[in-house]
Design a protein around this ligand. Structure first.
Ligand code: CP
Ligand code: NVA
Length: 308
């Protein structure tokens, strides 16, 4: 009997307890990294990274992380592989997964990564789709825990687009027991069915972004226009004008509220410079933590629960 291959295609692919494990391992792996301790559990293992959209953080964090764990990477893009010349995704999955131990994909529709995973012999990780960005939310929650302790029972204010980040926050809230205050312009709401959550218990909707931020432990936002939606740029600029996180929004949040942004950011659009570059912002820790949580994820998917 063959064991089913585990994938991380959305946040809810892991149980609450598995997420807690990943956060613990990320802390241990980060300590080793900071102490310059060699840790090579993935020696001779290879990660294929497939990018159909641009990236800085995802590319660097997976590539550096895999090398630090003793493994190696193969980097593919639509433009320089047969993926851009209409080779079926199923065939690509069968071929690539015979040669590597893990695959990370950044692409457009979630259906594409699901089809790839269905035909892959090895674990597949979502490095961002139109619907989800689970590795980013792992990093965000790990960062929250480092600064403020458990996220259980806390309030996360989401100001902006009902996009891949917002959907993933909702999945995380349901699994980890916190509440999301959602404020999106009209026409850009989160769709509960697309977000893939069971109920509306873990979130509240606010027409006014200021009200969403009131009393929040964490205020977070993202670009007005995600990758793949560039044609809507102008209409989004108009619709999102009031969804800019500023000092007033941070003032109505808790006194020790944190600010996060997955980056890249546009100062003066979704966030003012004095917030993202201010004392409550933890965006650089958040970006660095992509690497630490993903190393824990790679370890978990390939080796299960290792200690030490
Ligand atoms: N936050 C994030 O995923 O950044 P990149 O697009 O640079 O990978
Ligand atoms: N929502 C953004 C996140 C970028 C990391 C996008 O999909 O472009």
């Amino acid at each position: 009997m063959t064991m089913a291959v585990r994938h991380f295609l959305q946040f809810s692919d892991f149980s609450t307890e598995e997420h807690e494990w990943i956060f613990q391992r990320a802390a241990a792996i980060k300590r080793k990294f900071k102490a310059y301790e060699k840790y090579h559990p993935l020696a001779d293992r290879t990660l294929a990274m497939i990018f159909e959209k641009a990236s800085t953080r995802t590319r660097v964090s997976f590539e550096a992380g895999m090398y630090q764990l003793g493994g190696s990477v193969v980097h593919l893009t639509t433009g320089d592989s047969q993926l851009g010349r209409a080779e079926p995704i199923e065939d690509s999955a069968k071929v690539i997964s015979r040669m590597v131990d893990l695959v990370m994909i950044r692409t457009f529709g979630q259906d594409k990564i699901e089809r790839f995973a269905e035909h892959s012999r090895v674990p597949v990780i979502n490095g961002l789709t139109n619907e989800f960005h689970p590795c980013q939310i792992l990093a965000d929650i790990f960062t929250f825990i480092e600064h403020r302790g458990s996220i259980q029972g806390r309030v996360v204010a989401w100001v902006g687009d009902g996009n891949n980040m917002a959907n993933t926050w909702l999945q995380a809230a349901e699994l980890l027991g916190f509440t999301v205050h959602l404020s999106t312009p009209s026409g850009y709401e989160v769709d509960q069915a697309i977000a893939g959550i069971r109920s509306s218990e873990s979130y509240k909707v606010f027409a006014d972004p200021m009200e969403a931020c009131r009393g929040a432990d964490l205020v977070t936002t993202d670009v007005w226009t995600s990758m793949g939606f560039e044609a809507e740029n102008e209409e989004r600029r108009e619709a999102f004008a009031d969804w800019c996180v500023d000092a007033d929004m941070m003032r109505v949040a808790k006194a020790d509220a944190l600010f996060m942004h997955c980056l890249p950011a546009h100062r003066g659009e979704e966030v003012q410079a004095d917030v993202i570059d201010g004392p409550q912002s933890v965006v650089w820790d958040e970006a660095e933590n992509r690497m630490h949580v993903q190393k824990a994820l790679l370890e978990f998917l390939l080796l299960g629960r290792v200690t030490g």
